[in-house]
Ligand binder design. Structure first.
Ligand code: SF4
Length: 280
């Protein structure tokens, strides 16, 4: 049995959340640069150059790329031969998030009750998912998820007869309805199948993939390509001020589902895409 100290998890979570709010991934930067080259609208091009400048300032001055430093979403892939010692897993993650947002002067956006509201003061608690896998690996994926884009996410329980066309119509309509509110250009995460909860989870998980990386199965890859083309044909463009690049990429994940069901979840992510995976 491999052991991992709870303190090491706290340290990794603290360090990662402090960094990802100002240090965006190379995959996202490459996607924004490609969008800048390909955008046909002069205004859209100008907006993309501002976004790239914002990314550069974030890197150089260690300033958050957006004032909304998000909900802390944490996904743990834990080998079944791993034991966390010296404290609980959730508490270790919770503490790391609280320390990151306090020490890093990041905006504490979480309220303790959806109706009564009231800030928790340090962005805790995070949303945590744990999957148990064979072996002794321990990987943590962390995302600072903006709310403007999260709010534009949608779910629908389609009928199986609606099929592929129904999926495409729902995804494209979700992007269209969002307009400029989720701060395009977007990354569109789609979860197909499973149950109500599973579809939403795999839609979120698809956003952990490198920007623009496709699903390994050809029919899902084709769906991703068609969705991206249709979303970009909406003509909304960067910040929805007109243009070609409404989305940088569309990621689809799937799961087996019931014979009578076709759940579709769309999790919208903005251009301030702050995600990183760390292995301990
Ligand atoms: S949607 Fe994204 S870019 Fe827009 S305010 Fe929220 S975190 Fe910032």
């Amino acid at each position: 049995m491999r052991t991992i100290e709870a303190g090491a998890i706290t340290d990794a979570v603290e360090k990662t959340f402090m960094e990802i709010t100002h240090l965006l991934g190379d995959d996202l930067v490459a996607a924004l640069e490609k969008a800048h080259r390909e955008e046909e609208s002069p205004l859209g091009k100008e907006i993309l150059s501002h976004l790239l400048q914002n990314v550069k300032i974030g890197r150089e001055e260690k300033m958050p790329v957006c004032q909304d430093t998000g909900t802390s979403v944490v996904f743990v892939e834990m080998g079944q031969e791993v034991q966390v010692v010296g404290g609980g897993l959730f508490e270790a993650i919770n503490q790391g998030v609280g320390q990151a947002y306090t020490k890093g002067y990041l905006r504490a956006s979480i309220v303790r009750d959806p109706i009564l509201r009231g800030s928790t003061g340090d962005n805790t608690p995070p949303v945590v998912h744990v999957e148990v896998a064979p072996g002794n690996q321990f990987k943590i994926t962390m995302m600072a998820k903006g709310s403007g884009c999260e709010n534009m996410s949608r779910f629908s329980m389609l009928t199986p007869a609606q099929g592929r066309k129904g999926i495409i119509d729902f995804v494209v309509d979700t992007v269209r309805r969002g307009g400029g509110r989720p701060c395009p250009p977007l990354i569109v995460g789609v979860g197909l199948g499973g149950t109500f909860d599973q579809a939403a989870w795999i839609a979120k998980k698809s956003l952990f993939r490198r920007v623009g990386a496709h699903h390994s199965e050809p029919h899902i890859r084709e769906l991703e390509e068609e969705l991206l083309e249709k979303v970009n044909n909406l003509g909304m463009g960067p910040q929805a001020w007109g243009g070609r690049i409404t989305a940088l990429s569309v990621h689809v994940e799937k799961y087996p589902t019931h014979i009578a069901s076709l759940p579709v979840a769309v999790n919208i992510e903005c251009h301030s895409h702050r995600v990183r995976t760390v292995a301990l």
